[in-house]
Design a protein around this ligand. Structure first.
Ligand code: HEC
Ligand code: HEC
Ligand code: HEC
Ligand code: HEC
Ligand code: HEC
Length: 327
């Protein structure tokens, strides 16, 4: 078996307290990439989830290089959301992207915790959103509704309709013909001819290495998702009980007792079979301030820091993991 450095391995290592020394490629495991031009302060516009890469262009960088690899829609939100004509195949907020078919994923199949057998499932809506870029099968610019153009016609489920994406009329913003790149196959291994991995896959002082963020469609080496959380707690169940449960919507750890699911609180999404762990249980793709408004976001778009408490005292050493795991 070859050792692949994946979030799952990083997570497992951090849980048992093994240091990361010696795993050179994971130099920025807990912190933003030092090569990043993203300030990660204030808004998603200042993060790597701004696919217009405007911050990168404004900062005098070579962000313009990417204009041949994806349409620059000129707006941050549109790569993921649309006010009209959203994807009807997924229960996610005004979702503007093509999504992958759940049957294309290989999921975790070895539950280790008593009581969780039979609770394995496929990725739910709150994971399919992220996977629509991070599994490397769908073009980064594969939206259903291009801004201002009135254009509809992309597929809702499956691979991108490239001919539709070619119709982006530019509108003063660069478009590309034929080159609608995907992020890249798992860890950048495989055909990267039409993937962001073409450039973003080698140690380089100018081009950030994104290989760790390419999860692929085999999710067995990533933290389990789609699994229904325990609903009984106590002896033999190593999990904490979420304070608030709203059947059919979600359950959440109401750390500050407000009765409201703050963005910096871990949640379990219920898409029909009970509250489940999904990508967005741990991550908020818009970024969460680390210590109150105006402070740098917690690295890796995490909701809770595993090292430093926020201004509400939430987080700290293994804070994210210990929200769910009673260890
Ligand atoms: C031809 C090579 C090339 C390709 C292909 C490419 N990039 Fe880049 N990318 C670069 C370079 C060079 C930089 C650094 C620019 C700078 O520092 O100003 C960069 C920077 C970035 C950044 C900013 C990183 C940061 O934190 O400052 C993001 C995000 C990014 N690229 C996303 C993408 C995406 C998404 C794709 C695929 C649609 C892609 N890139 C394809 C060359 C490329
Ligand atoms: C990279 C993709 C991406 C981008 C870009 C993005 N969002 Fe989101 N957004 C999401 C996802 C995924 C969710 C669902 C989160 C979940 O599963 O709970 C979401 C949820 C939301 C919600 C629902 C409440 C919440 O926070 O969960 C609002 C409102 C929202 N986004 C607004 C915006 C706005 C405004 C912008 C642009 C400034 C934006 N988003 C850009 C991915 C994105
Ligand atoms: C529109 C495509 C898209 C969607 C949707 C998307 N991402 Fe990303 N994400 C990217 C790109 C492009 C990058 C920048 C390249 C990179 O760092 O991998 C990125 C970067 C990241 C990073 C690394 C940030 C860093 O540099 O430390 C994390 C973590 C992440 N995304 C998580 C998520 C999660 C979780 C979701 C869903 C809630 C999500 N993404 C949805 C495209 C997307
Ligand atoms: C149980 C919590 C949890 C879940 C669920 C989860 N992640 Fe993460 N993810 C993390 C943590 C913690 C890190 C930071 C690891 C580190 O410091 O290297 C991370 C890192 C990442 C990264 C950056 C690569 C890295 O290793 O730093 C990406 C991209 C990412 N996650 C995407 C996803 C996507 C997509 C999903 C759903 C398929 C997902 N995550 C589900 C906790 C989670
Ligand atoms: C949202 C709740 C939640 C959070 C947060 C969470 N976990 Fe988990 N974790 C689970 C569930 C549910 C399982 C599935 C248990 C099983 O294997 O039966 C699990 C399984 C695991 C496993 C066993 C995987 C295997 O292959 O058997 C490890 C290791 C793990 N988590 C580590 C972590 C670490 C490290 C963190 C923090 C970065 C974390 N978890 C955060 C809910 C969570």
């Amino acid at each position: 078996m070859s050792l692949k450095i994946t979030p799952q391995i990083v997570l497992s290592l951090s849980l048992v307290g093994v240091g990361m020394a010696g795993v050179g490629a994971v130099a920025f495991a807990d912190g933003w990439d030092p090569n990043s031009k993203a300030s990660n302060v204030g808004s998603i516009a200042n993060t790597r989830h701004n696919l217009t890469l405007q911050y990168n262009k404004d900062a005098g960088g070579a962000g313009i290089v990417m204009d041949f690899a994806r349409n620059d829609y000129g707006e941050v939100c549109v790569y993921c959301h649309t006010p009209h004509g959203a994807n009807k195949q997924i229960n996610a907020p005004l979702w503007n992207r093509t999504i992958n078919n759940v049957s294309n994923y290989t999921v975790y199949d070895t539950p280790t915790t008593i009581g969780l057998e039979g609770r394995l499932g496929v990725p739910g809506p709150n994971s399919l959103t992220c996977l629509s870029c991070h599994d490397g099968t769908i073009a980064i610019d594969s939206v259903l509704n291009m801004p201002g153009s009135g254009g509809y016609g992309n597929t809702e489920v499956g691979t991108s309709n490239l001919a539709f994406l070619d119709q982006w009329p530019d509108n003063g913003r660069p478009g590309t013909s034929g080159n609608h790149f995907t992020l890249g196959p798992e860890l950048g291994n495989g055909d990267i001819g039409s993937a962001c991995a073409l450039c973003h896959s080698a140690p380089n002082s100018v081009i950030p290495d994104f290989r760790l963020f390419m999860l692929g469609t085999d999710l067995r080496n990533d933290h389990v998702i789609g699994i229904t959380f325990p609903t009984t707690f106590g002896p033999g169940i190593d999990y904490n009980e979420p304070e608030i449960s709203v059947p059919g919507k979600w359950a959440f750890f109401d750390s500050n007792g407000s009765g409201f699911a703050e963005k910096y609180e871990v949640r379990l999404y219920d898409s029909g079979s009970g509250p489940a762990v999904e990508c967005a249980s741990c991550h908020d793709p818009h970024g969460i301030p680390s210590n109150g408004a105006g402070t740098e976001f917690i690295p890796s778009f995490l909701r809770i820091s595993n090292s430093t408490p926020n201004d509400n005292g939430i987080g700290g050493p293994s804070g994210l993991c210990l929200t769910c795991h009673a260890k």
